[in-house]
Design a protein around this ligand. Structure first.
Ligand code: UDP
Ligand code: MG
Length: 326
């Protein structure tokens, strides 16, 4: 049975990363208040908005809100560190019996919360909301996500299609994730990797109720490469295999060419030479690039810089949680 820290009601945290959500964040908090009000007798709720370097009035909007059935905390990072870092900051600084990771744009439906909590009370340690439809998004975005998830599945053995960051995690799972020494994190992948028994709740992605998604295609490409290299070294094996096949092929071609020459047929074909050179040259560069991506990861990990820095913290009610260094 899960236990509470400060009262006999279990304490539940909502970790809500927000970047430039000034237009819609008050609407989000209102909707959450409404959703949580029937549950407030059973649980102690704290909503933690992690302001990930917003340049709009997100922070002022959060501070202007007086919640009814939860304590509200605003944790401002010094600049934009990315959603993964914001989630990490929330989990690390604010312990609770269970934590629910929730976007602030209302694309994660709040009506799943009671069911999530029921499963948790029944002893399930991870409750995952999984997208059955991806909602309105550009064609290229949907296509790129498909390619990425397929690559993750084939190379890393992780079935992430439809997965979102909208999850309830028991304190035990949060601790297991925080204990991992790696710094560059892919939250969804790590939760699945951890292998705790989970319950799945399907949902339809609603349209953003305000503002716009901050994921450009370059951002997405960088994110995909980072996550792929974090979970699999298969590309390194692939280039080794391609290199070996090319070695076999060049052996055969060499024998054939020498035989032709010995028989008095000097091989002509300037074009073939040029094509072979171009092919080998590009293969070498691509292979070097792939190795380079892994070296870059090692470099980033060994620098061991903090994932984020906290600029300030604000609480709507007297704070009960303690902050430690990021
Ligand atoms: N977000 C963040 N830092 C970022 C980008 C996004 O904290 O660098 C937050 C954003 O405010 C939102 C959530 O992460 O609450 C999901 O972002 P978004 O809606 O842009 O992504 P999508 O729904 O398209 O995956
Ligand atoms: Mg969104």
């Amino acid at each position: 049975m899960n236990t509470a820290i400060n009262s006999n009601k279990p304490d539940i945290n909502f970790i809500c990363p927000a970047m430039n959500e000034g237009l819609g964040i008050v609407g989000f908090l209102q909707a959450l208040d409404k959703q949580l009000s029937p549950l407030a007798k059973q649980y102690t709720f704290t909503v933690i908005v992690i302001d990930d370097g917003s340049t709009d009035n997100t922070a002022q909007q959060v501070q202007s809100y007086s919640p009814d059935c939860f304590a509200l905390t605003l944790c401002q990072l010094t600049r934009n560190f990315g959603k993964e870092a914001a989630i990490q900051a929330g989990l690390m600084h604010y312990p609770a019996a269970a934590s629910i990771i929730l976007d602030t744009d209302l694309q994660h439906p709040l009506h799943l919360i009671p069911e999530m909590l029921q499963h948790w009370q029944a002893g399930v340690l991870v409750v995952e909301a999984v997208k059955v439809s991806r909602g309105k998004e550009p064609f290229w975005y949907a296509w790129a996500s498909k390619v990425f998830y397929k690559a993750m599945q084939v190379t890393g053995g992780l079935a992430l299609e439809g997965q979102s960051d909208y999850k309830l995690l028991d304190a035990k799972v949060v601790q297991a994730l925080l204990d991992l020494p790696e710094r560059i994190r892919f939250f969804r992948g790590l939760v699945q990797w951890s292998g705790f028994k989970s319950e799945v709740l399907p949902f339809e992605v609603a349209a953003r109720h305000a503002g716009e998604s901050s994921w450009g295609w370059l951002h997405l490409l960088r994110y995909s490469i980072r996550n792929l290299t974090a979970f699999t070294s298969l590309p390194l094996y692939i280039i080794t295999l391609v290199g070996t096949l090319m070695l076999l092929f060049s052996g055969l071609l060499g024998v054939h060419t020498l035989y032709q020459w010995a028989m008095g047929f000097a091989v002509t074909g300037f074009t073939t030479v040029i094509l072979l050179l171009l092919f080998i040259g590009s293969m070498l560069l691509v292979s070097l690039g792939i190795i380079g991506l892994y070296v870059a990861r090692i470099y980033e990990e060994t620098k061991a810089r903090p994932l984020y820095l906290v600029a300030s913290e604000w609480h709507s009610k007297p704070a009960v949680n303690k902050t430690k260094a990021g």
